[in-house]
Design a protein around this ligand. Structure first.
Ligand SMILES: O=P(O)(O)OC[C@H]1O[C@](O)(CO)[C@@H](O)[C@@H]1O
Length: 457
């Protein structure tokens, strides 16, 4: 293992697009151009809808289209990662990271983790440099359209949840409900726009399914499963603060609300904090404006297709109205921090964002990291032996000097740790490696218990 760890020199070799055929290479040569093309389409429609051809907004919109096309070419030409030019609050931090760790790095030879984050920050720069497009979210329409397609599971959950939240249930029953909700929260991560793989509509419906038997079938796809340790932590927890480092908007944040609702209703949490990104990120990640938009969609009785019944709409309205009351009472808090939109692994949290690190360490009993990118940043996104213990990949600051950490991740990138030798052998022998590592169909529930003398209840 590398002793002198830096962002471009992780504990084990970084994934880089210079490795032809790797997922990093496929992202750089195929997936990222698709994402930029879909942003170009969105921008073209937005610019075409502006009537006045000579107004500044239309001119700025066209400059963004040109900048997106130039970005695509810059990546294809494997240019160096240039410094950012906008005046956003995080610009200096980003440029310090580039000059300190990625001097002379290019789109192909920089670490895939940093480069993918840099891609979205470069897209942000295009909007930051304008007057009329500063707050425009080029992924907004896709986020809403994908949520609209999740209506079956949204209504299923809205109908089922009241029976699942009964605080008078026996501990055994609560354990079963916890396992179901944890899985629903986990698999909600599968509906992710930036993956753009061959996942079919049926694949997504299967992954979003919440029926008991479907969830039982899914257990075999969880290749690292610390659910029991999480239940040991939660079963007697009372009036704690629990933090969600969010991932995707749409159905995933909907199920995050469902899980948070259960934590609050069963009095395990008196406060839940949702941490959003600060800029449009990885296509579908949640930024603060996405939450009220999502809740309003749920309350709009004409939003979902397929003529839902009055009862279904009423159930959803009851649920969402309660969530809105959590937000207005402060039981559920929505926040964002620029640290979640850097290109660095989370081992840097104590030095890059000491106030955030200390707040979570001292106030939160459990920090739940949702999704693949958060997982990659927790484990430094490198070529760990897959049987490396999760705590070793976290590093001592997060494993021993922080609070309890739970990662709920569907596998959408090659880095993974925590497998048993038996599970590694079974997967290597039966499933194509890209299928279980990158296709979003297998998952990880990885948990590290915080220090017992911390805030943990
Ligand atoms: O939304 P999530 O679960 O963090 O997924 C983002 C992941 O999708 C990808 O863009 C493609 O798999 C990864 O590079 C990235 O980590």
């Amino acid at each position: 293992m590398n002793a002198n760890i830096t962002p471009n020199n992780p504990p084990y070799p970084a994934y880089r697009a210079t490795e032809k055929g790797s997922f990093a290479w496929d992202s750089t040569v195929r997936r990222w151009p698709i994402i930029i093309d879909s942003s170009l389409n969105d921008m073209q429609q937005a610019v075409d809808s502006i009537q006045d051809d000579n107004c500044d907004k239309k001119k700025e919109g066209k400059s963004i289209i040109t900048a997106l096309q130039q970005l695509k070419q810059e990546i294809a030409d494997d240019k160096p990662l240039r410094l950012l030019k906008d005046l956003d609050d995080d610009c200096t931090t980003w440029n310090t990271h580039i000059t300190s760790y990625f001097e002379n790095a290019t789109w192909f030879n920089g670490s895939w983790l940093f480069n993918e984050c840099y891609l979205y920050r470069r897209m942000r720069e295009m909007y930051s440099l304008t007057i009329h497009w500063r707050t425009y979210d080029v992924f907004n329409n896709q986020k809403i359209a994908t949520f609209r397609g999740s209506s079956a599971s949204v209504f299923d959950l809205a109908t089922k949840l009241p029976t699942m939240i009964d605080p008078d249930l026996s501990m055994e029953k609560q354990a079963l409900i916890f396992q179901e909700l944890l899985q629903v929260c986990l698999w909600g991560n599968a509906t992710d726009l930036s993956l753009l793989t061959n996942m079919t509509e049926d694949d997504i419906k299967r992954l979003q399914a919440i029926e008991k038997e479907k969830l039982a079938e899914q257990l075999e796809f969880i290749v690292v499963n610390h659910t029991c340790q999480v239940w040991d932590k939660l079963k007697h927890m009372e009036n704690a603060r629990i933090d969600f480092i969010l991932d995707n908007s749409g159905f995933e944040v909907f199920v995050d609300f469902v899980f948070a609702d259960w934590l609050i209703q069963t009095k395990r949490a008196s406060k839940v904090v949702f941490h959003c990104k600060t800029i449009p990120w990885f296509v579908s990640d949640v930024i603060p404006k996405d939450v009220p938009i999502l809740l309003d969609c749920c309350l709009d009785r004409g939003f979902f297709p397929g003529q839902p019944s009055a009862e279904q709409l009423d159930n959803l309205e009851t649920l969402v109205t309660r969530w809105q009351s959590y937000l207005s009472s402060g039981q559920l808090e929505l926040t964002s921090h620029p640290f979640w939109c850097t290109g660095l692994a989370y081992r840097t949290l104590p030095t890059e964002a000491p106030e955030l690190f200390n707040e979570l360490k001292t106030s939160s009993s459990l920090v739940i990291f949702k999704g693949d990118l958060n997982y990659r940043k927790l484990v430094y996104c490198c070529q760990w032996p897959v049987t490396t213990p999760f705590r070793d990949a976290l590093g001592s600051d997060l494993a021993d000097g922080f609070t309890s950490v739970l990662s709920l991740r569907t596998n959408k990138a090659e880095t993974i740790v925590g497998l048993s030798v038996a599970k590694e052998s079974q997967l290597e022998a039966t499933v194509p490696v890209n299928e279980w590592k990158c296709a979003g169909k297998y998952a990880v529930v990885a948990y590290n218990d915080g220090p017992s003398d911390g805030t943990s209840s």
